[in-house]
Design a protein around this ligand. Structure first.
Ligand code: FAD
Length: 494
């Protein structure tokens, strides 16, 4: 079977790497990309699921961090999102520990209501490690469980890294601009036709052509579901700068008048960007807001990017599957785009179509599962904009807009009694919803009644023991900067 991938950004090379790794020579994989068009080249922060992708490919962490200038990410610090002067941390991993009757946070809600002083973050290993700049095990310390973590990396170097992997596993790369696909009489894609006149025929086509969506939309008209009324940011400016001398193991997301700004520390530079809503500010104002708040000297001019939030109505249509920006776009507030590429690849592997066979049911299943992933991730992003006291037209719009029912229900459950319901298979788990809802200022009216059965002395002991667990997890950790220095210096694997 012949798979042709259009596009050599993060999405195209991730797909090429995975298909070549898992199918070997039972599949012929060709990737075509245009040096003249180039890639988006942003997309520097990830979530922990990427570790599974790397484990599956057999990628060595030191090799990866060295090649991409990568660092560790323990979560995101949200600055000024509830109102100016506030901050909270959304860390990966658990908050507190699991016990039988009610979730940890229900006990903490009672403890908090009764005047307990330890904040929610004191029960997150990730929040505490991030505050202290910790990651990795100190040399000489006993083996220890590391905090749940993801990576920051240089997106351009990551695509090059995966390209080396994919080519070593048999993927053939073609350079050139695709003019249009050639369709069969029934409307499937038969081949991609390059400007040079060359023709790349295949059985299955992956549209990884970025915002252009050359195959899934221009040729096959999959349709677009627009979500910009819920997530109105539609532009970004990205610029690299020198760092501030620290190598923080977390992303910073600072709220601004009509959007927000990211700061991502890499080994060799800091990635910065301002995401904003053009209906509520001007490009000049956004530019000034970004350039006056960089942690160090700018490296070059800022790069403008435009986008519309939403998704394709069909991710898989006929013999074409869209991945990455061609499949939809959710702004980078929780670093979910690369994850959505990964989940698309995982589903493609699980629902891989039979050569020449009928794929109607597989296609419908793929589309349903991807739509679910996009919608629930969308809800989590909207939450950050909606629960806020910030002044300004963008924030006012988001605070008062009608929400998707799925999100309104989640907020109501938390407001009434701190309940957090996770839909089966949903990406963000209870600790994520908890940290963001609490961090944005939502306070439940009461805690779960089961928690009242705990005697005060038992509750106090449980809270103290949990805080001690966090301290014990932190004790063997090294500084993140020292961890990265060791990893970057480690010899490449043979
Ligand atoms: P692209 O990088 O645009 O690649 C498209 C490819 O298609 C290129 O190789 C191009 O040459 C090729 N191509 C297009 N047309 C043709 C043609 N006619 N012929 C031949 N080749 C063609 N994601 C995260 O997970 N974390 C983040 O922190 C994050 N931050 C982001 C910030 C911003 C402002 C934006 C816009 C996105 C961000 N993303 C982030 C998303 C992330 O950048 C993308 O999901 C990821 O880079 C995948 O992009 P892509 O490969 O789909 O598209």
């Amino acid at each position: 079977m012949r798979v042709v991938i259009l596009g050599g950004g993060t999405a195209g090379w991730m797909a090429a790497a995975a298909l070549s790794r898992y199918f070997g020579d039972r599949l012929s994989v060709t990737l075509v990309e245009s040096d003249a068009i180039g890639t988006v080249g942003v997309g520097e922060a990830t979530i922990p699921q990427l570790r599974l992708f790397h484990e599956g490919l057999g990628i060595d962490e030191a090799d990866f961090l060295r090649a991409t200038g990568g660092t560790i990410k323990l979560g995101i610090e949200f600055i000024g999102w509830q109102r100016e002067g506030t901050r909270y941390f959304h860390g990966f991993g658990d908050v507190g520990r699991k016990i039988a009757l009610a979730p940890f946070h229900q006990y903490w809600l009672r403890y908090n209501a009764e005047g307990g002083e330890l904040p929610l973050e004191a029960f997150s290993v990730n929040a505490e490690a991030a505050r202290r700049g910790l990651y990795g095990v100190r040399p000489g310390a006993a083996a220890a469980r590391l905090p749940a973590s993801a990576y920051h990396f240089d997106a351009t170097r990551y695509a090059a890294f995966l390209r080396r992997f994919a080519e070593a596993h048999g993927v053939v790369r073609r350079e050139g601009r695709v003019r249009a696909p050639e369709l069969t009489a029934s409307g499937d894609i038969a081949a991609l036709v390059l400007e040079s006149g060359a023709r790349l025929s295949g059985d299955l086509f992956l549209d990884c052509s970025g915002f252009r969506a050359l195959l899934i939309e221009e040729a096959l008209g999959a349709g677009w579901e627009d979500w910009s009324h819920w997530l109105p940011c539609d532009r970004a400016l990205a610029v690299a700068s020198a760092g501030d001398g620290r190598l923080d193991p977390f992303t910073r997301a600072s709220a601004r008048a009509a959007g927000w700004q990211w700061r991502i520390p890499l080994q060799h530079r800091t990635g910065n960007g301002h995401v904003y809503a053009s209906a509520f500010t001007t490009d000049d104002a956004a530019h000034d807001a970004l350039m006056t708040t960089l942690p160090g000297e700018a490296q070059g001019e800022s790069r403008p990017l435009r986008f519309t939030t939403g998704r394709r109505r069909a991710f898989w249509r006929r013999n074409c599957i869209a991945l990455g920006l061609a499949s939809g776009f959710l702004e980078p507030l929780e670093s979910t785009s690369i994850y959505l590429v990964q989940s698309g690849i995982a589903r493609l592997l699980a629902l891989f179509p039979p050569p020449g066979g009928d794929a109607t049911a597989l296609r419908a299943q793929y589309n349903r599962q991807m739509a679910f992933d996009f919608a629930l991730t969308r809800d989590f992003l909207i939450l950050h904009y909606h629960l806020t006291e910030r002044p300004g037209a963008l924030w006012e719009h988001c605070r008062t807009m009608a929400l998707p029912d799925s999100l309104a229900e989640k907020i109501a459950l938390f407001a009434e009694r701190g309940e957090i319901v996770r839909f089966n298979g949903e990406l963000f788990d209870v600790p994520s919803w908890l940290q963001v809802m609490w961090g944005q200022g939502l306070r439940p009216a009461r805690h779960h009644p089961l928690v009242d059965a705990a005697r005060p002395a038992d509750l106090a002991r449980y809270i103290d023991d949990t805080a001690r667990d966090v301290a014990a997890r932190l004790a063997p950790l090294d500084s993140h900067a020292a961890f990265i220095a060791r990893r970057a210096a480690a010899p490449a694997p043979a």
